[in-house]
Write a new protein. Structure first.
Length: 191
């Protein structure tokens, strides 16, 4: 499985992409819509997320994981109805969302019984912990990389990549797009 796949507006999910090893996530709650929703995620992602929660001592919950292109379209239409057409630039069109891969999750933290969106500080702290423990999670859409990712800052959005690649991204302060544009610069040299 290609854990490092790049999916965005310029790199839509390949038509032949195969979802692998998806497992259901128990008790997923969509705080944006106020409903419990069944969702699935890659098993490695879920296992490493549980480790991240334990190590970070943050009470994190997954609010969204895998979604189909149809599910993405429904969310897009709901957001436009709620916020107007101006929000369109912030919505991934079906086929261009990392959530289609089963490798991306949206998270909230529970503080004093209340669900709160992650802050930038939370996202950077989780990224650091993930790197230190080879868990493979990256802060996918930081504010500093908006011009590269073309996605506004989303501290709650976590993406799983191979832990060795996560470390490269972290140590070089680059986005996944930058890594893919210049892999040969970042990959270890072999003889």
């Amino acid at each position: 499985m290609d854990y490092n796949i790049l999916v965005n507006k310029k790199h839509p999910l390949p038509a032949n992409y195969k979802l692998e090893n998806l497992i259901p996530i128990p008790n997923t709650y969509d705080f944006n819509h106020g409903i419990k929703i069944p969702t699935r995620v890659n098993a490695v992602v879920y296992d490493n997320f549980q480790k991240l929660c334990e190590i970070s001592r943050m009470n994190l919950v997954i609010t969204s994981a895998h979604r189909s292109p149809v599910g993405q379209a429904v969310i897009g239409l709901e957001l436009i109805a709620k916020n107007g057409l101006g929000i369109r630039k912030q919505i991934a069109i079906p086929g261009t969302s990392e959530h289609h891969t089963g490798l991306a999750i949206d998270t909230y933290k529970i503080v004093d019984g209340e669900a709160k969106k992650l802050t930038e500080e939370d996202a950077w702290e989780l990224y650091r912990i993930s790197i230190e423990n080879d868990l493979g999670f990256i802060y996918r859409y930081p504010k500093e990389k908006e011009s590269i990712t073309e996605i506004p800052n989303e501290p709650w959005h976590m993406r799983y990549v191979d832990p060795s690649v996560a470390k490269i991204l972290y140590e070089n302060n680059i986005a996944l797009e930058e890594y893919h544009e210049n892999k040969e610069k970042y990959e270890p040299k072999t003889r």
